[in-house]
Design a protein around this ligand. Sequence first.
Ligand code: GLC
Length: 800
Amino acid sequence: MRYGHFSGDGREFVITDVRTPSPWINYLYSGTYFATISANGGGISYDRSPLHGRVTRYRINDVPPDRPGKYIYVKDRDSGEVWSLTWQPVGRDAAAYRVRHGFGYTVAESEVAGIAGSVVFFVPADEGAGEEEGREVWRATLRNASGRPRRLSVTGYVEFALGHALVDLINQCDDQHFNRVSFDRGLNALFATKTYWVTESGGTQQQENKEWDRWAFFTVDRPVSGYETLRERFLGPFRSEADPAALETGLSSRDADFGNAVGALEVEVELGPGESADVVFSLGVIAKAAFEERKASAVARFRDAAAADAALARVRAGWERVLGRTRARTPEPEADVFLNFWTPYQAKVACDVGRVASFYYWGIGRGFGFRDTAQDTIALAVSDAASARRRVLLLARQMRSDGRVYHHFYGDGQGEFTCHCDDPLWLILAATEYVKETGDAGLLEQVEPFLDGKEGTVLDHLLAAVRFAETNLGRHGLPVFGRGDWNDTLDYIGGEDGGESVWGGMFIVAMINRLLELLEAHGRGAGSGPLRSFRDRLVEALETHAWDGEWYIRAFGAGGRRVGSKDERYGRIFVNPQSWAAIAGLPDRRRLLRALDSVRERLDTPYGPKICAPAFREIDPRVGLITRCVPGKKENGAVFCHPVAWLIQAECLLGRGGRAFDYFRRLLPDRVDSDVFVAEPYVYSQYITSDEHDEAGRASHSWQTGTAAWMYRVSFDQILGLRPTYGGLAVDPVIPAAWKGFGAERVFRGVRYEVEVENPDGVESGVASVVADGRPVTGVILPRPEAAVCRVRVILGRTP
Ligand code: GLC
């Protein structure tokens, strides 16, 4: 990899060339306060919501990209030289910088002008601060490596947004009249707020009668020698963050009412040869309601380096707990770094942040996706079950008693109804994975409100989702497509009257199967006849109408048109109906195998299998957005990564471990040269441009994709085969025949299972024997011992 590599223990990604082809970012957050940080210091900060609580600005899609951010300037007061502790924004000597992204922190190291600099950015967990405070810490160390005494000034800089991000963007001319920034000398801190605030998500024209409910603060651990509050004064005319005028002429140390609010704090540092000094900045928010009693303690909280270090150690320990629940030692160490660290890390970040803020997403247009969150939750079920439980309940609260749910929601009661045929049923996935993992069937009895004021248990919510599906069937007995299914861009299938989704039918079958299994496991199977017969009707409809000879079609359009079939010129085959036929457990194994072979033959590329092919090259209003997108990108024929996880699962379900792992390995984010791939090589992107476009191999929309959650679960559950069931942890691997074995660990209901698998016969699947703590086990469900650790030996082989 040209720009960097994983550290030896896999826990950091080390960027050795900071001129990365796109901003390679990391996420820092506590649960209420969030920040992104790129290798070059760019990124946003927000409090609770990226839409309503934007603390700092970040200009997506601007030039130069990735600005502004969290910048620390260093100036030699004798020579006048200026540089920054991240390569950008000053941009001196890229080779002098190295950046390490770790779990919950990012470190930038440099050696410029004889000063060794290091700054670690993180968001402390802020234990005990509740929602009243949130902050990020920039903890810098400067060491004088020049052999002569040095007089430096160090200036931290941020550009504030102060409240509603969209209003800040589109109404800056008026909005700036409500900005107040002032420096409190007694507290050695700068405070900024806006006396006007919009909280409506839908309309920004509405003039609300309120002020932003936070004060932003910016402070540093030594006396401020100068400060700045206005962007125009700090940068100066015809300048940018690369060469702020105030660093030449001096900071004005004036407060500001009105204008583009910034915070710049300058401190002086004098270093003898070999000496070093810490400088700790913190940027954060304090609730206005608690401001007077909190402000002094809030700004002082992480002022000394020792407190910052202790807080960072707690952040790291927190991530170790999350990531420590699973371990894999496979014959492919380059896969292990993802299995053990980066994929579960990404999955939790994606769940906690939603698809709302990244280098690609403004965090303005959409809240949390219902189906996205439900899928992300399946990773949390393993890594952080308490959070998963909260997510399931939050999702339940986005449902009406008729089963319809907000497609997007903001968690504050606001949301948007659309007509997607799949949304409500994803709740079944999240809830069943949580209960299987934890055994906490009490969740099902928990009462939660519906959006229309009624209330019901979580189980009532799951049943309401199925009722929605039962009342949304079309001519072939399959779900009416509405404005999309999992694929948001198949939004006008069948024109205005709506076609039918074949994938949707399979998905609903799979979700009903999950629900039946749940009811059965909890002694409630008796009344599930109607569920069963609905499921059977769907299966029959699928097998009667949706098989196209070599694969399953994608949808029925207007006039019975078969979308995703041999009759079509474009989009003749889609991957999802082939993989979900197996996931839904459709009965005809010959068809299932044939369908997956068709994927291999017709969709696979060197970058992985495509979502569909051939890509649409003519706009078709009776299919929708997919046909308007350029061929080879996004849903129109890219290697859309999320469905590949389902394809891997399907291959595993049919016992084909070699093929499953081949897809898995080829999709790992570090497989393609970074100059081609462009996005971060340590996390999955939403899609990789396919061979139907001349930028083949280029990835986009990194971080915020359900791929991470699914890859995490599919690799542990299906490939390594350590799968939660209601009765216990199952062990049933499906691996490449060439693997001689592998090791894995999995914490399940309080027991750490340490599993060694041997594959003497070179099979892809099939468990010949299992021994747990020295005792033979019948079947593949592991016992639940009293002890905290259970050692398991599994021999794969040809079973009689
Ligand atoms: C995006 C959406 C997701 C959707 C997918 C396919 O990733 O966030 O909800 O399923 O695109 O259209």
